[in-house]
Design a protein. Structure first.
Ligand code: SAM
Length: 263
């Protein structure tokens, strides 16, 4: 009898952001294949005897190659097992979930997609930034700043894609990415923010204009999401996660860095 593989989105970091469906299938999994960005605490939901496979994907480095991951999923599915493929955020948003689903479809193994809370909307939300807002932003685009293999993406093509741009995989090249966006026509004084480790105790938010972020030397630890557009200006008014006492004092101008503890 064929098993089934669940491609489950684990959410952006806080394990409580897993969906009920995700928790349900994890609790009866025979096998869990997990990425580094999936919250480690979620592995405790799986039965003690479940096989746990570390796919270890982090910033382009993988403990297992994509081909090896696909083979594990197909092999365990063919053995009649219930497999959870646990991925950070949503499996179909820059998560290679489509590639894994194709491998399963080609092998004739049943699968189900369990969507997750993507960092693309959760990271801005944790910084008090609505990606759309009546009168300010009627569209948003989610863009990868880095291509497969680590090459920089061509942002000239996508910089005008929407009122709000959400850029994933931009942390290592923050200044360069902001400068590219300005060169491609985004206003240099457009509000921008970079949110790192959103929804976790390590969350940090760096705000400023695109030009200020292009010039900043402040380091940003991955995983981090860059967002720019008119609605980013609401971040101060909508900050629902109060800056911690260790936050640096706000400066009169220039980027502001807030360390914010998730509730
Ligand atoms: C390979 S992509 C995977 C995205 C994931 N499938 C999703 O829907 O959130 C990884 C990127 O997501 C973003 N990211 C993931 N978790 C994040 C977090 N907790 N805070 C900020 N950005 C995050 C970062 O831009 C990171 O480089």
């Amino acid at each position: 009898m064929s098993g089934i593989v669940y491609l489950v989105g684990a959410g952006p970091g806080d394990p409580r952001l897993l969906t009920l469906r995700g928790a349900e299938v994890l609790q009866r999994a025979d096998v869990v294949v997990y990425d580094r960005l999936a919250p480690a605490a979620l592995l405790d939901l799986a039965p003690g005897g479940a096989e746990r496979v570390d796919a270890g994907k982090a910033r382009g480095r993988a403990a297992l190659s994509q081909g090896a991951i696909n083979r594990v999923l197909v092999d365990r599915g063919r053995r009649g097992l219930e497999v959870v493929r646990l991925k950070g955020g949503d499996p179909f948003v820059f998560g290679r979930g489509g590639e894994e689903a194709l491998a399963l479809a080609e092998a004739g193994v049943r699968f189900e997609i369990v969507p997750g809370v993507s960092a693309a909307v959760a990271a801005p939300a944790y910084a008090g930034i609505p990606v759309t807002h009546r009168g300010l932003a009627t569209s948003y685009a989610v863009i990868s700043a880095t291509l497969a293999g680590g090459a920089p993406a061509d942002l000239a093509r996508t910089a005008a894609a929407a009122d709000t741009l959400v850029l994933l995989m931009a942390a290592e090249r923050l200044g360069e990415v902001c400068a590219q966006l300005i060169a491609a026509g985004r206003p240099a004084d457009q509000p921008a923010a970079v949110i790192s480790s959103a929804s976790t105790a390590a969350q940090q938010v760096l705000t400023g204009t695109l030009a200020e972020l292009a010039a900043t030397e402040a380091g940003v630890d991955p995983p981090a999401t860059l967002v720019c557009g008119p609605s980013v200006a609401l971040a101060d008014a909508l900050a629902w996660s109060t800056p911690s006492t260790s936050a640096e004092p706000a400066r009169a101008s220039g980027p502001q860095l807030f360390g914010r503890s998730a509730r």
